[in-house]
Ligand binder design. Sequence first.
Ligand code: ZN
Ligand code: FE
Length: 253
Amino acid sequence: MPHIAMLSTNQDNYAYILRLDGGIIAIDPGEAEPVFAYLEEEKCGLDLILNTHMHHDHCQGNIALKQATGCKVMGSDERIPRIDEVLTPGDKLPTPAQTLQILSTPGHTLKDCCYYLPPQGEHPGALFCGDTLFSGGCGRVFEGSVEQLFQSLQSIAALPPATLLYCGHEYTLDNYRFAEHIQPESLAVRRKRQQVEKLRRSKEPTLPVSLKEEMVTNPFLRPHDSALRHALRMEESTDLEVFTALRQRKNRF
Ligand code: ZN
Ligand code: FE
């Protein structure tokens, strides 16, 4: 069974430690210190760093961690600091990451990727989705196009519904405030916002969350939804047009 630990880094980032048969992987170590503290406490080494994209808040820790542990660094963008191997979808990852699959998810940057761990025994599977998909929201478009991001979210939506999402930031409350702002009539969204608010009041993480849950309340995964379209007065628009309008409105929120 995989074991996943979440570490707070920077202001509101999460790095993840994934323990699989054969070794230990750090995903998006935006800072080295919390990872060093984990390794020391667990008395273990680090075999591999995987980054979802090249932004500092996701890979700043690469340099010190690689220097101290000799781990390999991999990701889908050659701009990632200290990278050893640039990955493309379909690539077979080395031990201990051999069960992970790479999903190309451009939009936030041109070369974002997500790492998918398929279900194993009782574990429903996990997606490490960086800044592509957040609980209640999605990443901003920095380098890619809104259409690319839309397609990337579509490919995530096609994963098994029980998949647990491990996002790169604790942005959930802000996202659900926005979701409620655009869809004040939605009971599901209001309940979700209240639940998230309660968690954050006691400083608890709102992640991971299942894809199934997000499909019900995350507006960026629901551009087809008639109630949402009605709230936006976009009944006649395409899904991409609805998604684009949501992204623009969230940018200004
Ligand atoms: Zn980013
Ligand atoms: Fe980020």
